[in-house]
Write a protein that binds this ligand. Structure first.
Ligand code: ATP
Ligand code: MG
Length: 567
């Protein structure tokens, strides 16, 4: 393509609000244009890369017998009511009404639609296993759309759904998907780590996320250097080990005035005690009932673990008003010593503590030397907190290391969650009706585009991996007004086109502008037709290493072929 004809509106300055490098480069290199918060147009270069990524995904899906479909974006509310997610999905679901006031959603994911499709069309176990996938625009009214395409409100996803009559078949497809995802991410040039994860709003009980390692990532991954352990921090179990003052003699409990003390750190400073000796009390509402939850001062509560412990999704933090009604005090002075009928749970690392400092349920007061059993009861201990860097890991390895990751994909075992709610059954081998069992599998295609840029750039711009590059060769004339340069480049353009996708910078711009744009756009190989054109000599330059060589036009095709093998 001729650059004079393509729409690549590169920018000199990046809008200040673009924090992520990929967001800056997508704007600067003229790949996207924002329409509204989290809503973008994909300009020609981005569109080409999206196609490349999608093609790789299609190839790997077909290799594992997944078949492509296109399901509606516009989804009637009835389906979502059947699954129970019309209410449960919350504010992220984009809702609208048609002219007859019927309610619809713009699909954030397609479990309901695909389950209803298969329920209505599939009758016998003989048609199973079946895996359907699509590559399509999804809508989620994210609270904080940000980082360009990394968290959009309208974004491109590959979503796949598999149907089975038995667990073994489901696990086989799950494993095939897992392997296909590893291959896809490798092929598009991403350094990705699969991690054990939480299933969130999708449901189900066995799931892995694929994280592209990057400092801008919003998830923390916990891993070990001496095993293959890797988990999202939300899910990283903390194995119990003895830490504290277990043999200290019990001291008499004492109430002390602690004016203006609100946080655990302030209390530790005020009392001259280490932070890990302080116990924080938090109030949560679990399935509509209040509970108190104790964790040590240097630990943070992980609400995914609360949900796992109580086996419910209905966990929220109590409001200040609810807390005052329940305990008669404000956050900052709360504790487990109360005559109210409320259950008290504690993180397992509280159990070894003696003589601990806790809130007295009276603003401005705390107890010191409080002790479990003697002064208050614990109804249950559990793993309720985030792991810390350096701690031992659940598989016996460690120390725990942390890295930031961008979630580019996730695979889930769903089981019968949707088939049961939506009555999706088939006749099994014995001729009896049976619920289908399901898996679902997503890749953020537009997020993957951004993640690739996060991992492949330098201070001058993008450096595309050759598998997804929008063009293979960037042909540039230094001065197209000079006949010998223009003619030489025109001819090379024709020759190269038969073998490569070529972007031909035929614009009447200054050479500096063209080179800057070329660096920004990041095509792996650049062919520059300049002052030696008359002698048939052009310059060939690699974008990644910056190495360049003079090559005779007659040798160019062979040279490029060799070079492309090395990149
Ligand atoms: P996140 O935790 O980042 O919000 P999610 O776990 O809710 O994502 P899934 O339901 O697993 O997302 O969706 C499948 C894939 O779609 C994700 O792995 C991610 O790559 C992509 N994705 C999800 N939300 C967005 C978004 N707002 N913008 C871009 N891609 C997204
Ligand atoms: Mg996910």
């Amino acid at each position: 393509m001729k650059q004079s004809k393509v729409f690549i509106p590169t920018l000199r300055e990046v809008p200040a609000e673009a924090e992520a490098i990929s967001h800056q480069l997508l704007l600067k290199a003229g790949l996207i244009k924002q329409n509204a918060a989290g809503v973008y147009s994909y300009l020609p270069v981005a569109t080409r890369v999206i196609h490349k990524i999608s093609d790789i995904i299609r190839q790997e899906m077909e290799r594992i017998d997944a078949v492509e479909v296109v399901m509606p974006v516009l989804q009637q509310s009835e389906l979502w009511k059947e699954s129970g997610r019309w209410d449960a999905y919350g504010m992220e679901l984009m809702r609208l009404r048609d002219r007859n006031q019927r309610e619809f959603a713009l699909g954030p994911t397609h479990e309901e639609v695909v389950t209803s499709l298969v329920r209505d069309e599939l009758r016998s176990y003989k048609q199973l296993p079946l895996t359907l996938f699509q590559i399509q625009t999804k809508f989620r009214d994210e609270k904080r759309p940000r980082f360009g395409l990394l968290r959009g409100r309208e974004f491109i996803m590959k979503d796949a759904y598999s149907f089975h009559t038995d667990e073994d078949s489901l696990m086989e497809t799950y494993q095939n998907m897992y392997n296909a995802y590893s291959t896809i991410f490798k092929r598009v040039g991403l350094n990705v780590r699969p991690v054990v994860a939480d299933s969130g709003a999708i449901g189900g009980n066995h799931t892995h996320e694929f994280h592209a390692l990057s400092a801008i990532g919003e998830d923390t991954i916990v891993y070990s250097d001496n095993s293959d352990y890797a988990a999202n921090i939300e899910k990283a179990e903390v194995p119990y080990y003895e830490t504290a003052n277990t043999d200290e003699p019990l001291q008499p409990i004492e109430k002390v005035a602690t004016p203006n003390v609100k946080t655990a750190q302030e209390l530790a400073d005020f009392l001259g005690q280490p932070l890990d000796h302080i116990v924080k009390t938090m109030v949560f509402k679990v399935d509509g009932e209040f509970i108190l939850l104790l964790v040590r001062g240097h630990h943070e509560v992980n609400d995914v673990k609360i949900k796992d412990y109580f086996k419910t999704d209905d966990v929220t933090m109590a409001t200040d008003d609810e807390i005052r009604n329940l305990l008669g005090a404000s956050p900052g002075s709360l504790g487990p010593v109360t005559d109210r009928d409320v259950k008290v749970y504690a993180d397992q690392f509280v159990q070894s503590l003696r003589n601990l400092a806790i809130g007295a349920n009276e603003d401005g007061y705390h107890f010191i030397n409080a002790n479990v059993e003697r002064d208050f009861q614990i109804d249950g201990y559990g793993d309720f907190r985030f792991i810390l860097e350096g701690e031992p890991l659940a598989d016996g390895s460690g120390p725990a290391k942390f890295a930031e990751g961008i979630e580019v994909g996730q695979v889930f075992v769903l089981g019968e969650k949707y088939s049961e709610a939506m009555k999706a059954t088939v006749l099994n081998q014995q001729g009896r009706e049976q619920n289908l069992t399901m898996g679902c599998y997503g890749i953020g295609v537009s997020r993957t585009l951004s993640a690739i840029i996060e991992q492949h750039h330098d201070e001058n711009g993008i450096i595309w991996p050759k598998s997804v590059t929008p063009f293979d060769v960037h042909l540039i004339t230094v001065n197209p007004k000079k006949d010998e340069q223009r003619e030489c480049a025109d001819q090379l353009y024709d020759t190269l086109l038969s073998k490569y996708d070529v972007l031909y910078d035929d614009r009447n711009e200054r050479a500096g502008v063209k080179f800057n744009d070329a660096d920004l756009i990041g095509i792996p190989v650049r062919v520059v037709v300049g002052k030696n054109a008359a002698e048939g000599i052009v310059e060939v330059k690699r974008r990644d290493t910056g190495d360049s060589e003079d090559v005779h036009v007659e040798d160019l095709v062979a040279h490029l072929e060799k070079l492309y093998e090395q990149i």
